[in-house]
Design a protein around this ligand. Structure first.
Ligand code: PLP
Length: 423
């Protein structure tokens, strides 16, 4: 029996003892190229001096102060930094410790907004199948990943799911981007009407789907149509950028590439780049003001809200990305990596699709390229690939398996922005 309750009780893990640029080094001195940033977290690699110094300095000065007593400079400065660069309309930031907490806060903010403005009947959430929004119960109920939900289904209620914008498998033969996105937006509208147009609170989606599908970007125009549908019925649009945000797709917020603004956005992972655990929920001025003019108090809270050291780390991460112009680098390296993947695997008999944005790329694995039939989940392909990659000194993030007809064995790549050229 292990004293640490690890994720898997059947697996033994090497002990990570050091980090050096894009590498993690284990206690036997083996080096692993972190080509997935763990789970799209470590965007600056593992030894960013600027961030390490900022953390050291903050811990020495003031590690933590409870948010019900104080605000802190790092928290105020980080909020300022993010709002200055956020999509139009997002005006305030609520800090938490990770992605699931950010999503929980987003859901509760949406609900409280409607109670504050006198629409308490708005209680339904709509999200998408094959999505992941976190493992806490509210976030898990929102996600449509059946594998992650299966055992907990009785605890997960109140959310309905519509089709994801997953062109490889959901687009009908002959459908253009416009036809496809119009059909999906219509499906969302029908679901709103089915639930009751004035009873739906919010629609939740990842701009680029991460963990469940492996870097699936939307087709052009999809989010504009979704925004229109939400606006038509007064439904809030919550975009979960926990994985795809903070520069991963080549712009600070992935939604910048869609030409719309959400009402609420969640970020985490790349925000602190793993140097400290931190997440955040960004809200529109409309929501902030409704709560300010109403009860004046968000009925929610965690002990580590706005943790000073975590905020100092995140501020240093984001300043480093900006000062070193790493977003341009993400776009350049991402295009190079995608081209290399296409060159090497474009005709591979078991790679059905290569997709993604920036340094957020996915390869979908299929038994047969022509029929797009997935592998038998009993093969546990993701575990086999992960083990083989680790044995070869490479970290990648394979996920998938078929459950109830949901397909999508894939390998996710999310390497650090500081990588040199690919060879
Ligand atoms: N939302 C999305 C889109 C994610 O990809 C994840 C994690 O993978 C989460 C939320 C949950 O974040 P965390 O694991 O930090 O709680």
């Amino acid at each position: 029996m292990s004293r640490v309750f690890h994720r898997s009780l059947r697996q033994s893990y090497p002990t990570a003892v050091a980090g050096e640029g894009p590498y993690i080094i284990d206690s036997d001195g083996r080096r692993y190229l972190d080509a997935c940033g763990g789970a799209a977290v470590s965007c600056l690699g593992h030894s960013a001096t600027e961030v390490i110094e900022a953390v050291q300095q903050q811990v020495q000065q003031l590690a933590y102060a409870h948010s019900s007593f104080f605000t802190t400079e790092p928290m105020e400065q980080l909020a300022e930094f993010l709002i200055d660069r956020a999509p139009e309309g997002l005006e305030s930031v609520y800090f938490v410790s990770g992605g699931s907490e950010a999503v929980e806060a987003a859901l509760k903010l949406a609900r409280q907004y409607f109670t504050e403005i006198g629409q308490p009947q708005r209680r339904h959430l709509i999200a998408r199948r094959q999505s992941y929004h976190g493992n806490t119960l509210g976030a898990l109920a929102t996600g449509g990943n059946l594998w992650r939900r299966a055992q907990f289904e009785p605890l997960l209620t109140g959310v309905s799911h519509v089709s994801p914008c997953y062109a490889y498998r959901e687009r009908l033969t002959g459908e253009s981007d416009d036809d496809f996105s119009t059909r999906l937006a219509k499906e969302l509208e029908d679901e709103i009407l089915r639930l009751g147009a004035d009873e739906v609170m919010a629609f939740v989606a990842e701009p680029v789907v991460g963990a469940t599908l492996g870097a699936v970007p939307p087709v052009a125009g999809y989010f504009r149509k979704v925004r229109e549908v939400c606006d038509r019925y007064g439904v809030l649009l919550i975009l979960d950028e926990v994985m795809c945000g903070m520069g991963r797709t080549g712009t600070l917020f992935a939604v910048e590439q869609e030409g719309i603004s959400p009402d609420i956005t969640t970020i985490a992972k790349g925000l602190g780049a793993g140097y400290q655990p931190i997440g955040a929920t960004l809200v529109s001025g409309k929501i902030y003001r409704a709560i300010e003019e109403g009860s004046g108090f968000f009925q929610h809270g965690h002990t580590y809200i706005g943790h000073a050291t975590a905020c100092a780390a995140a501020l240093a991460v984001q300043r480093t990305i900006e000062e070193k112009q790493l977003l341009a680098r993400v776009r350049e390296l991402g295009a190079g990596l995608e081209a290399r993947l296409r060159e090497r695997f474009g005709a591979h008999p078991h790679i059905g699709d290569i997709r993604g944005r920036g340094l957020f790329l996915g390869l979908e694995l299929v038994r047969d390229r022509d029929t797009r039939v997935a592998f038998d989940p009993a093969l546990k392909l993701h575990a086999v690939i992960k083990k083989a990659a680790m044995a070869n000194g490479l970290m990648c993030y394979p996920m998938g398996g078929t459950i109830d007809g949901q397909r999508g064995d894939h390998i996710l790549l999310a390497p650090p922005f500081i990588l040199e050229e690919f060879h």
